[in-house]
Ligand binder design. Structure first.
Ligand code: ZN
Length: 381
């Protein structure tokens, strides 16, 4: 028997069937490759390559880039075709459609609207065009999505404040949070304190990329100086035990994006990713894509890699899925309904992956015994 229990046994197609969330996904890193080429052709935008293969190579899709700064260069390409309302609506729609196809039920899409004004679009139009795409996908595919507005660490404190004002204006109108993204090393979150003060004064949720390309001090600053309710990545949280337990005690969710962390060099490989360690310690760990295109991934693939590369078993996976719904920036009563539904769906599967109304693997239990199996306890708080 394998020492890792069900490890390497559940296929990717099984994970795809489970209900999921994606709480950390960048709009400008999650386009379809063909859409970039089509939009460039239609809008006469010059790209560094004119074929899918050429573009894939130039953007290092799914490859190790060595550093966050190198990884971020692929965004220069995607942003070229994200400067009109029609393209933003289409890209948002397709992202939600792709997520719905792998049973993502709730998604929080993040981006920095100021990066989409190169052709003169108004910031309000940049928000509304994306909302239009997300709402259309909800109608067609049943996936609910909201927006997280990003400030960028390496641009300026003033621009972050402007993004914070935009988040305030669209609170309860499709925007559910505020984030700080971009180059972490050399650009501390405290420089953007005024933006965070404004969003917190308006009772808006915040998350900050931290502990990805800098140490645990960056995570402490995100939480204690800027008031982050969730942490993006948090790879280097394991370097500070005291902060690790603070994050655990306060149930501060970690938005883990394993493959992206390997790509940017935040961790050496998937096996050395701290996600399992955090999960074993009881931290509120969620699994996300970061960038479906640039990291060449899906939520199901990320969870499946946690299973095959890190040894997480189905019972851990169920917990991670529930943590995703618990950690969303939705109102509590809405969240409870999602949790009830996800819990009921997950309870249909035993921890070995067989369905409750099927014979369990390696067992000859009677139908009577099978009917007596308890469902997963509902943990709604
Ligand atoms: Zn990110």
């Amino acid at each position: 028997m394998s020492t890792q229990g069900t490890a390497s046994r559940l296929p990717l197609s099984f994970i795809e069937k489970l209900p999921k969330t994606d709480l950390h996904v960048h709009l400008d890193g999650s386009l379809r490759l063909e859409t970039i080429l089509e939009l460039a052709d239609r809008e006469r935008v010059q790209l560094p390559a004119d074929s899918a293969d050429g573009l894939r190579k130039f953007m290092h899709l799914g490859e190790n880039c060595g550093s966050l700064v190198e990884y971020l260069k692929a965004f220069d390409v995607t942003l070229k075709v994200m400067q009109t309302e029609a393209s933003l609506t289409r890209i948002a729609y397709e992202l939600a459609e792709d997520a719905a196809a792998e049973n993502v039920r709730y998604m929080e899409v993040r981006y920095a609207p100021m990066l989409h004004t190169q052709l003169g679009l108004k910031l309000t139009s940049v928000i509304e065009a994306v909302l239009e795409g997300l709402r259309a996908a909800e109608k067609d595919h049943g996936i609910e999505s909201n927006i997280i507005v990003c400030g960028i660490r390496n641009i300026s404190a003033e621009s972050s404040l402007e993004m914070a004002e935009l988040a305030v204006a669209y609170k309860n109108r499709g925007v559910v949070g505020f984030d700080l993204a971009g180059g972490e090393d050399g650009h501390p979150a405290k420089h953007h304190k005024a933006a965070f003060q404004l969003v917190r004064d308006n009772n808006i949720n915040t998350t900050i990329h931290a502990g990805e390309a800098y140490g645990p001090e960056s995570i402490a600053q995100a939480i204690h100086v800027c008031g982050a309710h969730r942490i993006g990545h948090g790879c280097r949280l394991r370097e500070n035990g005291d902060l690790l337990h603070y994050v655990n005690d306060h149930r501060i969710p970690l938005e883990c994006c394993p493959s992206s962390n390997v790509q940017t060099g935040a961790v050496r490989d998937l096996r050395s990713h701290p996600l399992k360690f955090y999960s074993d310690l009881g931290l509120r760990v969620t699994v996300n894509t970061d960038n479906r295109l640039i990291t060449d991934t899906t939520v199901s693939k990320e969870i499946w890699l946690c299973h095959t590369e890190m040894g997480l078993e189905l019972r851990d996976i169920k917990q991670i899925i529930m943590a995703g719904f618990k950690s969303s920036f939705l109102p509590f009563h809405v969240k409870q309904e999602y949790l009830r539904r996800a819990n009921a769906e997950l309870a249909r599967f035993r921890d070995d992956g067989t369905m409750v109304d099927e014979a369990p693997a390696n067992s000859h239990s009677s139908r009577h015994e099978r009917a007596a199996l308890p469902a997963e306890p509902a943990t709604l708080a």
